[in-house]
Design a protein around this ligand. Sequence first.
Ligand code: HSE
Length: 318
Amino acid sequence: MNYAMPHPEAILPSVVPPLHKATARVPGSSANLGPGFDCLGLALDLYLRVECQVTGGKLAIEVPDAQRAEIALNAENLVYRAMRLVFEAVHASVPGLHLSIDSGIPLSRGLGSSAAAIAAGLVLANALAGDPLDRHALLNLGIGLEGHPDNLAPALFGGLQVSSLVDGRALTLPAEIKHPPRIVLFVPDFVMSTAEARRVLPERVSRADAVFNTGRAALLIAALAAGDLAALRWAMEDRLHQPYRGAIFPALPRLIEAALHGGAAGAALSGAGSTVLAFCERPEPVAAAMASAAESLGLPGRSIEARIDFDGARVVPS
Ligand code: HSE
């Protein structure tokens, strides 16, 4: 596997992209899964779709009316910023583009919508430029925008990804899931800012908590590889971030408890929130238990059933 970027001189400059139109489909994702803070991410079958066309004109971005308030329609747009990174890396000029973006991933809810936008831009620009970069090189370009690889890796590769920064570069490997569990997401109406959800975390943690999380994260990977759902109740416990994030999301422990009472094998905050993810065999009672707990807590939101995406970002010429 090649984790390095190709040497710039090994890439032929391409001024006119060989492909003029393409569509990307990129999965959302859930990071952390409890103990795997900043290193575990699972791709979900909620998709961002981006149609891209090379035009002679200025940048134009189209989104559905309901998403207009949340998606930038100018050069600040994440899909476009990621595309620029690729064109610059391969010494290609940035063409005039028309982007049509439709996010089936709830935005700012800890479901990897930003990482999906970045992944879409990366794979689209790479396709337009004739596929000069492999996915590991794209991941490393994209973490410049995202900061950490835990959502971007599953968005690009699909499945369960174990990622870590090594000397500033992202190394990611897929982990096996023997019997993919069903997934229920409770998506609150309120948004949680990742920056705010990171500000509430302590600078230092005790050795006991570090040891606790190391063990739980290792157990989680082993439990999913073995298809041992019964171990998830303990394997998804966390002491590094969820207890502190309860300060800005007080309903979190009650929602996790409700999911477990509803029959979930394990449950955790999805990424930096506000979604709560539960693994289970039978989604209906888990979805109902979380929805009912949320209602009794006065927390508006909705339950969504999801499955694991094993494809990652896909580009199809259109
Ligand atoms: N792992 C990050 C966090 C979220 O929990 O803050 C997703 O990148």
